[in-house]
Design a protein around this ligand. Structure first.
Ligand code: SF4
Ligand code: SF4
Length: 164
């Protein structure tokens, strides 16, 4: 996994132009079966991917925290929401609450998340490859393929499948 993660940014760079073109076309005319195709590709990829060997999303980006996330996690940690915000979060350029620093404070050395059951919605949904109307998050996906090896493979397979 170490090598895969080391090479991923370069591989993403090499495919960026092609991916941009592919997603522009996809946005113009998304195939009718796109939702079911994405579910299939996502399930196939995550059957072979062990996130515990990777944790690159937790190490390099971190999620945004909604008010609901903050309420749920601070309750779990027996902290007042405001204290939780002061301890762990900051407001980013888009006015969202994000982690003060990465790797995420809640990530253990064994790659386990210490707040897994109450983790932010964005963590649960990352890399969003099984969401409906996938064509609507192409800009985000263009970034995610440089972070997440599973998202990279899913997009590569998606290009192969939609070519024919
Ligand atoms: S909250 Fe958990 S799943 Fe989310 S980034 Fe932190 S360690 Fe990873
Ligand atoms: S979601 Fe992607 S980046 Fe995050 S741990 Fe799993 S494979 Fe790695």
């Amino acid at each position: 996994m170490e090598d895969i993660l080391k090479n991923l940014p370069n591989k993403a760079k090499d495919t960026h132009k092609e991916n941009k073109k592919f997603f522009a076309k996809l946005k113009q005319k998304p195939p009718k079966h796109l939702d079911s195709l994405m579910q299939e590709l996502h399930d196939e990829e995550f059957r072979r991917t062990d996130c515990l060997e990777c944790a690159n999303c937790c190490k390099t980006t971190g999620p945004l925290f909604t008010d609901k996330d903050i309420a749920r996690i601070s309750k779990h940690l027996k902290m007042k929401p405001q204290k939780f915000i002061e301890a762990y979060l900051r407001i980013d350029e888009e006015n969202d609450y994000v982690l003060q620093s990465v790797p995420c404070t809640f990530l253990g050395p064994d790659n386990f998340c210490s707040i897994y059951d109450v983790r932010p919605k964005a963590c649960r949904e990352f890399p969003h490859t099984d969401r409906k109307k996938f064509q609507q998050i192409s800009n985000l996906t263009l970034e995610n393929v440089a972070i997440c090896p599973a998202a990279f493979n899913i997009v590569e397979e998606m290009k192969r499948r939609l070519k024919s």
